[in-house]
Design a binder for this molecule. Structure first.
Ligand code: NDP
Length: 292
């Protein structure tokens, strides 16, 4: 039979998680700082606890989906975590994930950190592609895997509790750069020159066609060879950047989303790497002690 669980935090994401578990027949005890946001779930079968401590006491499996790391401290203040299996689905940094694992261990709990790769409407809909990165206790993951798989797919990425956040944030960071490029392109076309609706399919097709670059970068990072079979080398790309910048000027569009990346390309070129593809820029970005 479905395992009972506790959920702290019934915001937009927590509510979606609770509904998925309730729909699958799990007994769910919920707590939220603002009680009204938890009480709507009572009508759907959830048990609403008066305090977080009471909610934590109700079940072995305790899931938290709160705003940020500080709100996790605030919510668990005074709760007894001894013998609990804590799964933290609050987005955070890798260091916060590791610190939270130590915090849980010091309180006698097993710990799993999670990074949710979905928006609330995708939760509980297997066909949506929603999933969660998990890292931390492999025993906890093995024991609760079926329950955790109800709201979204599960991807366990290692015993180091920081790894879920690192995967999560790396994907979000790549998305940020991609969205910056999309914003610049739409600014550049100006609706009076090219209709956004005509341009959109071309842009989507173009970005999709660029995706093999992800695998090519990985292969070059693994091999350390940035110069074999380069089809458009850094020297050529840097020369081409002036056309991108002059076009931005002609269209009266700020180049500020492009210039930081172009500056890195120029710096790598100036260091004598004009025959590389773009992979060497990854080395420039890594701020390791003793490396400039
Ligand atoms: P909401 O803003 O809807 O909910 C935030 C929750 O945190 C509420 O339950 C809120 O309680 C609670 N909270 C905030 N501060 C405190 C505090 N000091 N003490 C106790 N509880 C507190 O956010 P979401 O539900 O959307 O997000 C929750 C987590 O899920 C975040 O870490 C977010 O990054 C992550 N996530 C969200 C996605 C989304 O698209 N929404 C996508 C992927 C991840 P109260 O109701 O009292 O304010």
């Amino acid at each position: 039979s479905p395992a009972p669980l506790t959920l702290l935090g019934t915001g937009a994401m927590g509510t979606a998680l609770a509904r998925a578990w309730l729909a699958a027949g799990h007994e769910v005890t919920v707590w939220n700082r603002t009680p009204a946001r938890a009480e709507v779930l009572a009508a759907e079968g959830a048990t609403v606890a008066r305090t977080a401590a009471e909610a934590v006491a109700a079940n072995r499996l305790v899931v938290a989906c709160l705003l940020d790391d500080a709100s996790v401290d605030a919510a668990f203040e005074g709760a007894d975590l001894t013998g609990r299996d804590l799964v933290n689905l609050t987005t955070g940094t890798p260091a916060e994930g590791r610190a939270r694992a130590e915090w849980a261990a010091a309180r006698g709990a097993r710990f799993l950190d999670g990074g949710i790769m979905a928006v609330p409407p995708m939760i509980g809909a297997p066909e949506s592609g929603a999933y969660v990165f998990y890292s931390g206790s492999p025993e906890l993951f093995a024991e609760h895997r079926e329950t955790l798989a109800i709201p979204a797919g599960t991807r366990y990425v290692g015993a180091d509790a920081g790894l879920a956040a690192l995967h999560d944030v790396a994907l979000l960071s790549a998305m940020t750069g991609m969205l910056a490029g999309i914003a610049h392109a739409f600014a550049l076309i100006r609706p009076e020159d090219i209709a956004p609706k005509d341009f959109a399919p071309l842009l989507a097709e173009w970005l999709t066609a660029m995706m093999p670059a992800v695998h090519q970068s990985a292969e070059r990072l693994e091999s350390g060879d940035y110069t074999s079979n380069v089809v458009s080398n850094l020297a050529m790309q840097v020369a081409g950047n002036t056309t991108l910048l002059r076009t931005a000027e002609e269209q009266r569009v700020s180049p500020e989303l492009l210039t930081p990346y172009m500056e890195l390309m120029a710096r790598r070129l100036a260091q004598g790497h004009g025959d590389e593809d773009g992979t060497g820029i990854i080395e420039l970005l890594g701020l390791r002690p003793g490396v400039s």
